[in-house]
Design a protein around this ligand. Sequence first.
Ligand code: ZN
Length: 175
Amino acid sequence: MGGDRRPDRHPSFVHEPPTDPHLDADRRWMEEAIREAAAAGARGEVPIGAVVVLGDRLLARAGNASVAVHDPTAHAEVRALRAAAHAARNYRLLETTLYVTLEPCVMCMGAALHARVARLVYGCADPKGGAAGSLFDLASDQRLNHRIAVTAGVAEDGCRALLREFFRTRRVPST
Ligand code: ZN
């Protein structure tokens, strides 16, 4: 194979870390989602938070509220999408990014698909229920009429720590 290994031959390949143009903004918005998650946890809800962003504008933010409002659909993502659609006066949320601390479930991916969300950014994966690549991959299922670009693992440790702490304090010792 090629013997020419001069570093100036392919300068873009020389120890250049992959750059993601979204990364700074993604981290910043995920911090907002984490804030919502923490607030939800303080209310006794599973600590998951979500924000919906259009360009550099926050459309909506929400945390889980299923316990408080007795509603199995009151996940952070659904609540944030609903509020964003109200704010935009449009049930289609074209060009938006949904940030959520935990990989969305089937219901929430369904809602994001209906809203035509362009991007999903999540913190930690949910192997037991995640529908954006873990258990199901509704983000890129060719049988559906919309695709959502997914970025996983943004502020993953912070997102996971909230959930871990929440369930640790609730766990009943097994006998
Ligand atoms: Zn959900």
